[in-house]
Design a protein around this ligand. Structure first.
Ligand SMILES: Nc1nc2c(ncn2[C@@H]2O[C@H](COP(=O)(O)OP(=O)(O)O)[C@@H](O)[C@H]2O)c(=O)[nH]1
Ligand SMILES: [Mg+2]
Length: 320
């Protein structure tokens, strides 16, 4: 067993941090780490908080943590921020704000990752980071993400439950709808209920999405005063237990995508090597150049050529 894996399983924070960096950067060892911890995963529940910057996600997480700890959860937080590099202001600000809330909550693990804008890439690293935290014994993992559109959707696919946070003073309701955010939330939250306009926004959101078939839950709270935050926490806990079937289904679908993706990647590498080694590859290019063959014919011929030769190789291997 790798030393770092021993550390992870013991819940050692330095090993955890290091492992998360390895995964985030897809350094060579990351597959081995995941393989070695994999049997120890599968217990954690995950929730995602998303919504515009300044809506109060970090503040709300700070409040929710108090409640969740009362429920007995061991909590880890991952902040994903596509807009700023790791050293950027937004995350640092978040860190400070959350840490103010996290005084005496040192058992909460917190980490920010930069998504580097690669769609698909973030869900892969996020899934594996969740596995690491899961193996380390964190059983409630909270993902905070900022930004609009694609990243939000990516994150919502990876987590068990998605919360979308709105606030009256960034209240561009139409934009929220445009970004496809109406599709992804299990719970919609109007934060800053202590401010004017919160009721109007709450009613607008109810009209816009409360009536859709999915019947998402819409709540109001103030992360500043604490009004309503306990209800939010309770609702999250209830949904996590009530919707266990749906959560399993979603997990199955994710594994399906993940596995297909991995097989395709492996095949692509192998096929490219085979293609470059194949003598008829360059012959066919010659033929195309001399107009003896069109590219479609050549591609078909090469493909069946490759498939046949790999098939006979496979049969040979199985004979012995
Ligand atoms: N009045 C009021 N301000 C809030 C509330 N929640 C957060 N804030 C403030 O809104 C700003 C942005 O909060 P933050 O949690 O960093 O938002 P995030 O960008 O969504 O994570 C901060 O100045 C918070 O103090 C609330 O319920 N009421
Ligand atoms: Mg934040």
């Amino acid at each position: 067993m790798l030393k770092i894996v021993e550390g992870i399983l013991k819940g050692d924070r330095r090993s955890l941090s290091r492992a998360i960096s390895i995964i985030d950067n897809e350094e060579g060892k990351y597959q081995e780490i995941i393989s070695q911890i994999f049997k120890n995963t599968g217990r954690a529940m995950t929730i995602g908080l998303t919504g515009p910057g300044g809506a109060g996600k970090s503040s709300l997480i700070g409040k929710l943590i108090d409640e969740f700890k009362r429920f007995g959860y061991k909590i880890a937080i991952i902040a994903v921020d596509p807009t700023s590099p790791v050293t950027g202001g937004a995350i640092l600000g978040d860190r400070v704000r959350m840490q103010a809330n996290l005084m005496d909550k040192s058992e909460v693990f917190m980490r920010s990752i930069a998504s580097r804008g690669a769609v698909g890439g973030i869900s892969r690293s996020l899934r594996n980071i969740i596995r690491i935290l899961d193996a380390a014994g964190y059983n409630l993992i909270i993902v905070e993400s900022v930004g609009a559109g694609q990243l939000e959707i990516e994150v919502s696919k990876v987590v068990n439950l998605t919360l979308v946070v709105f606030t009256p003073n960034t209240g561009d309701k139409v934009q929220a709808v445009k970004a496809g955010i109406t599709e992804i939330g299990d719970i919609y939250i109007v934060n800053k209920s202590d401010l004017e306009g919160a009721n109007t926004l709450y009613n607008t959101i109810k009209d816009l999405i409360g009536d859709t078939e999915r019947k998402p839950i819409i709540l109001k709270c103030s992360a500043k005063t604490g009004t309503g935050t306990r209800e939010v926490a309770k609702m999250i806990r209830n949904l996590l237990t009530e919707r266990i079937e749906r959560i399993r289904e979603k997990d199955y679908e994710l594994l399906e995508i993940e596995l297909k993706d991995m097989v395709l990647n492996i095949l692509k590498d192998k096929i490219l090597t085979m293609l470059n080694d194949n003598p008829s590859f360059h012959n066919l290019i010659d033929k195309i150049q001399k107009k003896k063959m069109d590219p479609f014919q050549a591609a078909e011929e090469l493909t069946s050529n490759l498939l046949n030769s790999s098939f006979s190789k496979y049969q040979e291997l199985n004979k012995t």
